[in-house]
Design a protein around this ligand. Sequence first.
Ligand code: COA
Length: 389
Amino acid sequence: MSLSIGIHDLSLATGEFVLPHTALAAHNGTDIGKYHVGIGQESMSVTAADEDIVTLAATAAAPLIARHGTDRIRTLVLATESSIDQAKAAGIYVHSLIGLPSATRVVELKQACYGATAALQFAVGLVRRDPAQQVLVIASDVSRYDLDSPGEATQGAAAVAMLVGVDPALVRIEDPSGLYTADVMDFWRPNYRDTALVDGQESVGAYLQAVEGTWKDYTEQGGRTLEEFAAFCYHQPFTKMAYKAHRHLLNYCGLDTDPDTVTAALGQTTAYNRVIGNSYTASVYLALAALLDQADDLTGKSVGFLSYGSGSVAEFFAGTVVAGYSNHLRTDAHHEAITRRTEVDYAAYRALHEHRLPADGGDHATPAQTTGPYRLAGISGHKRLYTTR
Ligand code: COA
């Protein structure tokens, strides 16, 4: 009998601040309907000057360590597309902050918003090789577009940490996987830029092509039929995209796109992304967190995952929710991570957006802003300095 491998525990973290879309709309004269209905976003998480992908990742991962210890973790894979260093893996700072043993392999993965899914699949492979081991997979991103650009309304920040192992308490990952890679320039960030470049309409079209491509391959790999899924977790650069993608998939399969059917399949997956914004690699796993935290009982049900990363790589795969999963959720902590954020006005958001760590090699302390457990205390000699609060 094949091993049951999957997500044993899952925890999320997000930024210190939140900007409601009403404030952005008031600034740029946009009808709020475009944000609330047109793209399906209500607010975006904004990171403090002393937060980054490392502090978010450590904050998400620490509760997993507190619950399960470090004994079985021999690999940490951190996926991000808002990397802070061209050479050193951000996960090494996290490894130190959360107290993982030195006998750990740590690596960073990148492929736009898709990276964490590659990390999850690689983790499944490692666990299959040695079922005694667990892999800590962390998706952590701060999404930042140019001020006053169309992408600005789809910014956000979050991390999701997942412990992958045998006999998972939450979701078993199934073997068939549908893959799709296409060389497109829909979203990218050259090494010399802090903000991403995006061709928004191109990216929506490329995403929909990828939905078709992954589904076709998933079917050819012997996957489930569409009707077998209780819910679908899509990558959500903005929550309306999940609806576009699912309607596209239903059309492609010749199925009815009745709005109630679509909402039943997706409605509960958008709650966190709608108020956090795009968290790139973490987005599809925030969808899973929102689904597990809200659905009545998903025991034994199949969930479809569509992970898309611009550039582009996409993957469709399935998970089965395990009996007793609801006893292992972190629903209250997830709500707390979202509700604890302090609301900022447009001017404060803009100042945070424009904040950059000095690049002169000097000693610089960062303003003390975060109330989270970890902070980026400063930079000295081009070295980032992290502290535990
Ligand atoms: N009330 C309700 N809906 C409204 C509206 C209003 N007052 N005004 C506009 N809308 C709707 C539009 O009809 C459109 O809906 P549709 O997509 O179903 O046709 C939607 O709001 C967005 O309008 P659009 O004119 O396309 O917005 P935009 O030019 O600002 O671009 C994005 C939107 C998402 C492409 C842009 O924010 C972007 O580039 N985001 C970053 C990239 C990204 O997220 N890509 C996704 C794939 S990874």
